[in-house]
Ligand binder design. Structure first.
Ligand code: JB2
Length: 218
């Protein structure tokens, strides 16, 4: 078993702790959070804040996972960890179905019930959440998040830092622009531009992102 530190100590971290217990390759030694108040999350202790990561690294801990839902923050923390000598491990549930021809980047999360079909590529730090499916030849960009129950047909591109809310659908070949936010339950039938909030079935652009691409609607 390899020692692993998880960054984040809230809801996403809970799901990730369960997942690492299930895969049995890593021992989660603790959580690092902006709020370092000593406490436990599913029995795992919060052991410090970001400043303590260098100490852990010095103690020989070299595997980390960023369990924070905010796309921009997850990307920033993930890249900082790498710059400080950590390896970002993948969190892939045993209950996910991932094609042998799919490519998964560093630090990705593929949750229970997710399906990743042939020759799809998921870039670093992306989240494919519970029961989300991605068909063949898709590209999920760096630090994007496809929320639970979403379904993407073949050849769909999700831009880096984009967010698809719970239960989105996308028809074959459409492209969701970088940092775009697609509201829960939307159906994407044509390309969506970067940096915009879109929603509805069919999904239409409603406004620019106001609070940054990590804004969430679900
Ligand atoms: O700079 C930071 C930092 N900023 C916030 N460094 C570290 N180490 N931790 C940071 N945090 C911590 O991230 C907060 O203190 C908090 O513990 C956590 C964010 O928790 P939040 O409750 O906002 O959500 P989450 O990221 O666990 O989960 C979100 O995303 C998931 C994918 C939620 O929307 C979930 O419902 C969703 N399933």
């Amino acid at each position: 078993m390899i020692d692993l530190v998880i960054v984040g100590a809230s809801g996403h971290a809970k799901v990730v702790i369960d997942l690492f217990r299930e895969v049995d390759a890593y021992r989660v030694i603790g959580l690092i959070d902006a709020d370092p108040t000593p406490r436990k999350v599913l029995g795992v202790p919060v052991i410090g804040s970001d400043e303590d990561l260098a100490i852990l690294r010095g103690q020989g801990v070299s595997s980390a996972f960023v369990a924070i839902g905010d796309n921009r923050l997850r990307l920033k923390i993930g890249r900082n960890l790498e710059a400080n000598g950590f390896t970002l491990v993948k969190a892939v549930s045993r209950r996910a179905a991932v094609s042998p021809s799919a490519l998964l980047g560093a630090g990705v999360a593929v949750m229970a019930g997710a399906v990743v079909n042939a020759e799809t590529r998921i870039d670093d730090l992306a989240i494919l959440n519970t029961n989300a499916s991605v068909d063949h030849d898709c590209r999920l960009g760096e630090a994007c998040h496809v929320a639970p129950g979403s379904a993407l047909a073949g050849n769909v591109t999700v831009g880096r830092l984009a967010f698809l809310g719970v239960g989105c659908r996308a028809i074959p070949g459409v492209r969701i622009g970088e940092g775009g936010v697609v509201g829960a339950g939307s159906t994407v039938v044509r390309d969506l531009p970067p940096g915009m909030v879109s929603m509805g079935s069919p999904a239409r652009v409603v406004r620019p992102i106001e609070t940054g691409p990590s804004e969430t609607l679900a």
